[in-house]
Write a protein of this length. Structure first.
Length: 143
């Protein structure tokens, strides 16, 4: 039976940081990823519910220049140091240059808030669709 570890929501971020790279050598358990309420058990990572209610926000503004910002992101594949686990994703330093509000530094390490990146991607798709619709209309009008 595989050992499972539970990090309860009451654990502080500092305590979770101590477990940042705590892994079994076979990569079956990942413990604490610099988030307030994270726990992992046997190949499953459970993240906290992230509230997004409008009543909790002020100064709400649309994202600008989404397509050009997305084009500056550099999706990569990589292998985690100390493991043979291959992953795909973004490098936080690059994301910080493009979308600084979606990168957090804790104890000298950067992490990406992928919810912010997803918002940028949604806006970019919407902007592209408007452009596509405009081009379709121009083609239809010429016919």
């Amino acid at each position: 039976m595989q050992k499972k570890k539970f990090i309860p929501p009451s654990v502080s971020v500092e305590e979770i940081q101590l477990n940042l790279f705590s892994r079994y050598h076979d990569d079956t358990l990942l413990e604490g990823l610099l988030m307030n309420e994270v726990y992992a058990a046997s190949n499953s990572l459970y993240l906290p519910i992230i509230y997004s209610d409008k009543s909790l926000k002020v100064s709400v503004k649309p994202l600008k220049n989404s397509i050009s910002r997305v084009m500056k992101l550099e999706p990569v594949t990589y292998t985690w140091k100390g493991t043979s686990k291959e992953s795909a994703g973004l490098i936080a330093q690059n994301v910080r240059d493009v979308l600084p509000e979606s990168v957090v530094e804790t104890s000298g390490l950067l992490r990406v808030d992928y919810a912010g990146v997803i918002s940028l991607l949604v806006q970019a798709v919407q902007d592209q669709q408007k452009e596509i619709d405009s081009l379709k209309k121009r083609l239809t009008d010429k016919s």
